[in-house]
Design a protein around this ligand. Structure first.
Ligand SMILES: Nc1nc2c(c(=O)[nH]1)N[C@@H](CN(C=O)c1ccc(C(=O)N[C@@H](CCC(=O)O)C(=O)O)cc1)CN2
Length: 299
């Protein structure tokens, strides 16, 4: 039987409607609408689409937003100064710096992604990339959850896919997805989402020797390796749940990290690309922006 498609678009709309309602309530209590500041450096076409979609999503949810477009030639000092201004601006609740940062142009110094993310005030860090927020997550007492892994947790929960006692294999070890995803699913107490914890988690990656064997042992396989269709159908255990985080542009077409048609023959459920995990990333950003506003209002 072909796999069930896990419809990320639909779940994202559900979450966005919940956030919009909660924003309405927050404002009715006498607070200013939450505000997100996005910083986009350079002109990466995909990043431009993502920040535009974030702005539109904010607007539809009752969240204010502002976008700083900076040229690719922006120096590290200029970018850090801009982040500092946003940190100190009391009207801004959430700050995100769109990734990837551009490669250096000409003779100018490179923008150090780590230094830039470290500069965002942790209480406004709605991407949850700062070391403070990563540390809190590691310790099982998260403040903000990173948007893409949190979206996956929400999707599993809302599709009644339990993770307790399951073997989850995460292929990919990025700071944005792979590492926090593994940590969230392995948590003991469900601190990272209702009913979504207590999994036995293996992190694999493109250099894992026996990758096929490890993938075949997964009850839930999360592919976040950034290589088009690297996960083939014969790497999937019959009946496994497959979550594809990859968004790769191949000849003007979007493909995931999973060979979808092959995988759908074997899996019990699978996320498509597009329309799977991607839309959830933006929905969880809205959730975090409201959370940031609430935390700051309570201070
Ligand atoms: N500061 C951040 N930078 C980046 C993040 C992030 O969470 N924070 N994640 C990605 C990009 N991203 C959000 O920023 C993102 C990627 C994809 C989608 C999405 O909805 N994708 C659609 C397809 C859209 C398309 O046509 O390209 C889908 O999968 O259906 C949303 C957000 C890296 N940078």
């Amino acid at each position: 039987m072909p796999a069930t498609r896990l419809d990320g678009k639909k779940i994202a709309l559900e979450i966005r409607a919940e956030v919009a309602k909660a924003v309405e309530q927050f404002v009715a209590e006498g607070n200013a609408p939450p505000k997100l500041a996005a910083v986009l450096v350079g002109e990466d076409p995909a990043s431009q689409v993502y920040v535009r979609n974030k702005e539109r999503a904010c607007e539809k949810t009752g969240i204010a937003s502002q976008l700083d477009r900076l040229p690719a030639s922006t120096s590290p000092t200029e970018l850090l100064e801009r982040i500092d201004q946003l940190n100190r601006d009391p009207s801004v609740n959430g700050i995100l710096v769109q990734l990837p940062l551009p490669q250096p142009t000409g003779d100018g110094p490179a923008l150090d992604e780590r230094a830039v993310l470290d500069a965002v005030d942790p209480i406004k860090d709605v991407d949850a990339f700062s070391p403070i927020n990563v540390g809190l997550l590691m310790q099982g007492r998260p403040r903000f959850l990173p948007c893409t892994p949190h979206g996956i947790v929400q999707m599993l929960h809302r599709c009644n896919i339990a993770t307790a006692a399951k073997h989850v294999v995460v292929v990919g070890r990025s700071e944005i997805v792979g590492k926090p995803m593994a940590m969230m699913l392995a948590q003991k107490d469900g601190s990272c989402g209702p009913e979504t914890a207590n999994a036995t988690v293996t992190i694999a990656h493109s250099r894992t020797k026996n990758l096929k064997e490890i993938c075949l042992s997964a009850d839930i396989l999360i592919a976040a390796v950034g290589r088009p269709e690297m996960i083939r159908g014969d790497m999937i255990q019959p009946g496994a749940v497959v979550v594809d985080v990859g968004i790769n542009r191949v000849e003007d077409r979007l493909v995931g990290d999973v060979a979808f048609d092959e995988a759908a023959e074997v899996a019990s459920a699978i996320t498509p690309v597009p329309g799977g995990v991607g839309p959830l990333t933006i929905a969880m950003l809205l959730h975090n922006t409201l959370l940031a506003a609430k935390l700051q209002a309570a201070k």
